[in-house]
Design a protein around this ligand. Structure first.
Ligand code: ZN
Length: 83
């Protein structure tokens, strides 16, 4: 599983858990996370350049920081993704 797949799965899960996600702040945060995942993840493969961050570090920090908010999930790969 890539960090992009992991993040999209978590965001999808949160979206389908409707009752506690009506808070506008949470909706805004999720929209921002989706934008970051698209900007820093789409077309960027392991070991490749992130054009947004201009770094070879993959995953780049924005993705690592978002993923870290799900660090207690069983699919979270701390070895590869920890900030
Ligand atoms: Zn990046």
């Amino acid at each position: 599983m890539t960090i992009v797949e992991f993040l999209r799965a978590r965001l999808d899960e949160e979206e389908s858990a409707k009752p506690r996600t009506q808070n506008p702040l949470i909706l805004t945060a999720r929209a921002s996370s989706r934008r970051y995942v698209a900007e820093h993840g789409d077309g960027v493969l392991d070991g490749q350049w992130c054009p947004k961050c201009e770094t070879m570090l993959h995953p780049c920090y924005p993705l690592r920081l978002i993923a870290a908010t799900y660090h207690d999930h069983p699919d979270y790969d701390a070895e590869r993704w920890a900030p």
